[in-house]
Design a protein around this ligand. Sequence first.
Ligand code: GDP
Length: 136
Amino acid sequence: MSKIEQTLSIIKPDAVERNLDGQIKEMFVSNGFRIIKEKKIQIDKSEAEKFYKVHETKPFYNELCTYLSSGPIVVMKLERENAILANRKLMGSTNPKDAEEGTIRKKFGLSIDKNSVHGSDSLENANIELDFFFKI
Ligand code: GDP
């Protein structure tokens, strides 16, 4: 069954730094996403730690939070039919080396940490993450 959903996307520092945000936004739009809200911001490390709290026990947590707060990011509220799954598919695998042709991470990702985009992985997390950046 298909339904209209909203999800959170982040264009991460490695992509913003390389001025890829325009091209990445174009990929979303040409794949049927509407950009409902967007802003370019830089968060501090404590905010990144809060955002990535689900990963706090992972060995890469500290590195991940340092990275996400290392430069400007573009956060977007995206809308589409089945947006959560469609966004995960368009992003590609976490490690750009494993990402499928035509995905954002295959095209632009540099490494498992500098993988250019974040996307919510469930409806529940989309709501939490949209609230975090946009107060929904
Ligand atoms: P995603 O949902 O595909 O972004 O992947 P996860 O939720 O599993 O991980 C969150 C983010 O942590 C990923 O996008 C990567 O940037 C980073 N990450 C995941 N696994 C690793 C790892 O093994 N090493 C490092 N350095 N970063 C990782």
